[in-house]
Design a protein around this ligand. Sequence first.
Ligand code: ADP
Ligand code: MN
Ligand code: MN
Ligand code: MN
Ligand code: MN
Length: 358
Amino acid sequence: MAADSTVVSNTENLMKYMSLDQRGRVMAEYVWIDANGGTRSKTKTLSKAVKTVEELPEWNFDGSSTGQAPGDNSDVYLRPVAIFPDPFRQGDNILVLCETWDADGSPNKFNFRHDAARLMETHAKEEFWFGLEQEYTLLGTDGWPYGWPRGGFPGAQGPYYCGVGTGKVYCRDIIEAHYRACLYAGVNISGINAEVMPSQWEYQVGPCSGIDMGDHLWMSRFILHRVAEEFGVRISFEPKPIKGEWNGAGLHSNVSTSATRAEGGMKVIEAIMKKFEARHVEHIAVYGEGNEARLTGRHETGSIDKFSYGVADRGGSIRIPRQVAKDGKGYFEDRRPASNADPYQITGIIVETMCGGL
Ligand code: ADP
Ligand code: MN
Ligand code: MN
Ligand code: MN
Ligand code: MN
């Protein structure tokens, strides 16, 4: 891909430095979630390689610079919760996913992992599995979808979904790089596909059990932003980036428990649907900002105002896959979450609705 004129990089020159010996020391990239559903990160040098989060020191950052704390009490603490091999620096270097904690010992306002982790632990015997389908859009540095005519539109939707060939897909290099980087990092990425709107893509993460779902999805988002940065392309998780006859972007959330996966699971799923119906409004409240522009009842979505479900129904809130109905057991797909929703909040409220709160 030709670099945008505003992007200055010299990969060949950089490689000379990247191959210098680290002298046994290790770079740990501490990653956290900010106030706007983005990721932030900074690096710490460790004296030696580590294998577990217990070996990692707590750290902190200036929360007044990220909208996560007031200026007069700005320290926010970073508590390591998961380690991933670093696909960018490689070797013993690591990515460290962190929870954010305030100085008074309470979870930061934007730390949605804390409650989710407690819920997962409380209901661990249900053996929750989740699989999330992350849709997103590639934008040029001008904020318009990558590869679209400047200020204009490409041909109508149709040839792009799982498309092959020039003019049908864009930035396959970024998508391939992200896929490989996730595999290297041990993120449980399970597939990719080009989406209905040109320059929109999807990857799936899962099945993951319990809190791992949020951890792996957040790390996959960090890696995506980080890869795209090197290509001078922006990643958008906007649920409806382009108004009109263009598909929005979702975060379909597939769910199962040991009971739904066992014989008679279909009956269990039917009972779960009643519980979901009763809490539609509460779910929508944490299923992403701007989701009302996407959940219109058109473009393969259900209406935001009304809960519905059905077998093989891509126009409902929840779809029970045909194969699951046929087998009489398996999982279901909550199609409501928007691409920008927080996976901890999604999986958290699903567990709460099915099993009760803390
Ligand atoms: P589609 O596009 O047809 O909705 P995908 O193949 O994109 O489906 O995604 C299906 C998702 O379902 C995958 O992320 C996978 O991990 C997840 N999944 C499959 N089986 C289960 C299960 N038993 N429990 C939870 N998630 C599951
Ligand atoms: Mn400083
Ligand atoms: Mn999918
Ligand atoms: Mn999709
Ligand atoms: Mn889906």
